[in-house]
Design a protein around this ligand. Structure first.
Ligand SMILES: [Mg+2]
Length: 372
């Protein structure tokens, strides 16, 4: 395999929005307490009344100017911000959940392919949307406007052809901004970004990359993929894909992410008496299951079959796979084995046949195909 082929084929045909509420908790509180507008607002418990304990849940942009940020010990905020400007407010998660649900209801007017990352952050796949709007930028602008006018809150968004770029875009846009990254602009955009902005590149990896004279996305793209792979293993491969603007992860709808199994079963009249015929049906089911799993980026760990005969006797048999998989061949191998372990059913005639896969695992990135 040549070194150029190490990366998966890019897909530039999707339209993904990453929407992120600006300083969410703090903005909700400022909205509800306008008198705090010009204060450095920190959402968290006041350490001065709390024995010095507590962390910053989030803070507004005014507080950020003083260097306060989320997850920081709250006592540090006390040292950083002048006393007359600093206000602590206790988080009210019930309220934030309520506001988040309102934002989600706006998103679902556009598409049900909404994947929440947090209360204040979600991906939308708008390639096909309910509104029939071709311009994903217009959709995102309308959504941002609606959130502002109906809820009085600022948000930022990125639009691009994959999740990672859309997210980089919304980060870049903050606060109350927008970034649109078209396919032919992606490498330019990424080239300008500091490597610290790339997901998965923490302080340690940054240090290693700096030693290799890699400071920007542009530098990163110059590094051969196999070098990143060798040095940083799995994460190196993800970083390499990012450097080339590739991220094939699907947007998994929240409703789908909670699914516990996917299956297919059919009843047959007349009944099936022939093994090959039964196996052909099951092979078709397995192909369907593979397609459904790939759509969601899931791997399944267990295969279950269900067989019912003319006497309405029903058996289900299950087997765990050695490794979670999304391959119809692997599902079928197991299903066939399980089917052959059911005795006496073919002779009576089979009325119902089903194959289900379960024990899902989320397949986050394109697996490395090097060693197959
Ligand atoms: Mg946010």
């Amino acid at each position: 395999m040549s070194k150029e082929n190490l990366l998966p084929q890019n897909d530039i045909h999707r339209r993904i929005i990453h929407l992120d509420m600006d300083a969410f908790y703090a903005s909700v509180e400022t909205r509800d307490h306008p008198e705090l507008k010009n204060k450095a607002l920190v959402v968290g418990q006041d350490p001065r009344h709390n024995g010095g304990h507590g962390v910053v849940a989030t803070c507004n942009y005014h507080a950020r100017k003083y260097g306060v940020h989320s997850a920081m010990p709250a006592i540090q905020a006390v040292h950083l911000v002048p006393e007359e400007e600093l206000v602590f407010i206790r988080p009210n998660f019930e309220k934030y959940h309520r506001v988040s649900a309102q934002v989600h209801s706006f998103m679902h007017e556009i598409t049900d392919l909404v994947e929440s990352v947090a209360l204040d952050e979600a991906y939308l796949d708008v390639t096909h949307n309910k509104i029939g709007q071709e311009s994903s930028v217009q959709l995102a602008l309308d959504l941002q406007k609606k959130i502002k006018s109906k809820l009085g809150l600022n948000s930022s968004f990125g639009v691009s052809y994959n999740k990672f770029l859309a997210k980089m875009g919304s980060e870049y846009a903050k606060p109350f901004g927008r970034t649109v990254i078209l396919p032919d602009e992606a490498l330019n955009f990424l080239g300008m970004q500091k490597i610290a902005k790339f997901p998965g590149i923490g302080p340690k990896t940054q240090e290693e990359l700096h030693k290799m004279d890699v400071y920007t996305g542009g530098d990163l793209r110059q590094v051969p993929v196999f070098v990143l792979l060798k040095k940083f293993k799995k994460m190196g491969y993800i970083i390499a894909q990012h450097a080339h603007g590739i991220d094939l992860r699907p947007v998994v709808a929240d409703s789908d992410a909670n699914r516990k199994s996917i299956g297919m079963e059919r009843t047959y009249e007349p009944a099936i008496y022939n093994r090959d015929e039964a196996l052909t049906k099951m092979r078709n089911y397995c192909e369907y299951l593979e397609k459904e799993l790939k759509k969601r980026g899931f791997h399944a760990g267990t295969v279950v079959i269900k067989v019912r005969n003319n006497n309405f006797e029903t058996v289900t048999k299950r087997r765990k796979l050695k490794h979670p998989s999304d391959s119809c061949f692997e599902f079928f191998d197991v299903a066939k084995d399980l089917f052959d372990s059911v005795h006496g059913f073919l002779e009576d005639g089979i009325r119902l046949l089903g194959v289900t896969v379960t024990d899902f695992e989320k397949n986050n990135y394109q697996p490395i195909k090097l060693f197959e």
